[in-house]
Ligand binder design. Structure first.
Ligand code: GLU
Length: 416
């Protein structure tokens, strides 16, 4: 068995709690707790200085049991194989909870995109895709954006793959620009899904989203759209922090103005419509809904006891450590887990892949209506499971995911 580090172990801890309750067959248990395939590549790139740098890239295909592997690519200096493997496992459970016909995968490159030119990023992206080209494809593994990657990067992925196979293949990647086979509503989809589950969670607790107070950690694509759409329901977004700083306004921040401000300043720090706010302060705000929408391991045993939100919606992947999760549960905080809360992104990725394969594109209202239906179903499947088994929402989401992937694994049987 491969050696795994702490993030993968955290995933396994979550998995085991649910598998035990399900009395999962030990053989299926073994299969579902190992990555199917881990690829490590070296990507030489000529930098603008003329020097050659070699970047390490990973692609992990955790499962292809329900369909093609599916998952984003992140560019970050702290990327590790352990992290990418855990994220690929989470994609597997996320696609199963969202009830879409995909397995799970993830990719990552160890790099600091903030210090690279556009040309260097393009060269790195193309080389990475060329290195993993045999492993990806519309029927095999379909990448998408993740931390520090966007629609332009996906356009380069699509072009590189298409040049290799000799024809335009839009369905190899999702999160593309609209002009080349992207789906309307994909960019906003993760944040829209977060807003939908926040609305359902507040309703479940007898609150009303339009009167709720909200705090958001992270103002990248997911955090910004979650804050914007939640504010549009009437909710008061009182605090937002990002990689650099944060702002607080008890009367509610003007999120639309903050979006414009960050276009120019690349951070919310210094936004004139509020007072400065640190991350530690954000986590202790007395709000109805706290939305961690940045990276993993943000809520730990060190700060979980200080959280005063009634609801935590995990818009990021893995923002709460398992031990911190136990503290939040013991304190009666309603946590909507990542594999449910942020599944709006991959759900619209699925719609994009379907539209590309059909060559027929939907209006944005149709995409949003289908997303609404999927998120509503996923939330209530998990909620019903949590009530039936008398467990928290995270364990319930794993129960739903493991039952679905486990059933198909059993039905397909062992090859050879
Ligand atoms: N990176 C996103 C996630 O973590 C989206 C993945 C996708 O659309 O395939 O869910």
């Amino acid at each position: 068995m491969a050696e795994h580090g702490s993030i993968f172990r955290a995933m396994l801890q979550e998995f085991d709690d649910a598998a035990r309750l399900l009395e999962l067959d030990p053989g299926i248990w073994k299969i579902l707790t190992q990555p199917k395939r881990q690829i490590i590549v070296s990507c030489p790139v000529q930098m603008d200085t003329g020097e050659i740098e070699v970047f390490t890239g990973y692609r992990v295909q955790y499962s292809i049991t329900l369909g093609p592997a599916k998952g984003g690519i992140r560019y970050h200096p702290d990327v590790t194989l352990d992290e990418v493997t855990a994220l690929a496992a989470w994609m597997t459970w996320k696609c199963a909870v969202a009830h879409i016909p995909f397995g799970g995968s993830k990719g990552g490159i160890i790099c600091d995109p903030t210090r690279m030119s556009r040309r260097e990023l393009e060269a790195l992206t193309r080389r990475y895709i060329a290195e993993i080209i045999d492993a990806i494809g519309p029927e095999k593994d379909v990448p998408a954006p993740d931390v520090n990657t966007n629609d332009q990067v996906m356009a380069w992925v699509m072009d590189t793959y298409s040049m290799h196979v000799g024809h335009t293949e839009t369905a190899v990647v999702t999160g593309k620009p609209i002009e080349l086979g992207g789906s309307l509503g994909r960019r906003e989809a993760t944040g829209r899904g977060v807003m939908i589950v926040a609305r359902e969670a507040t309703k479940h607790l007898g609150l009303d989203i339009s009167r709720a107070t909200v705090a958001v950690q992270g103002f990248g694509n997911v955090g910004a759209v979650s804050a914007d759409l939640t504010a549009r329901t009437g909710a008061k977004v009182v605090g937002i922090t990002d990689w650099k700083g944060g702002v607080y306004n008890a009367k509610g921040l003007d999120v639309a103005k903050m979006l414009a401000y960050t276009q120019e300043h690349k951070t919310v720090e210094g936004f004139p419509g509020g007072e400065p706010l640190t991350n530690e302060q954000l986590f202790t705000l007395e709000v109805d809904v706290l939305i961690p929408a940045a990276l993993e391991n943000q809520i730990t045993v060190a700060n979980a006891g200080a959280i005063r939100a009634k609801i935590v919606i995990e818009a990021a992947n893995g923002p709460v450590t398992p031990d911190a999760n136990n503290i939040l549960q013991a304190r009666g905080i309603f946590v909507v887990p990542d594999i449910l809360a942020n599944s709006g992104g991959v759900t619209v990725s699925y719609f994009e892949w379907v539209q590309d394969r059909y060559g027929y594109f939907w209006e944005e209202s149709e995409v949003n209506a289908r997303l609404e239906k999927k998120m509503h179903e996923a939330f209530h499947d998990v909620l019903q499971t949590s009530l039936r088994y008398n467990v928290d929402m995270r364990t319930a989401a794993y129960i739903v995911a493991i039952s679905r992937v486990g059933t198909v694994t059993r039905l397909r049987g062992m090859y050879a």
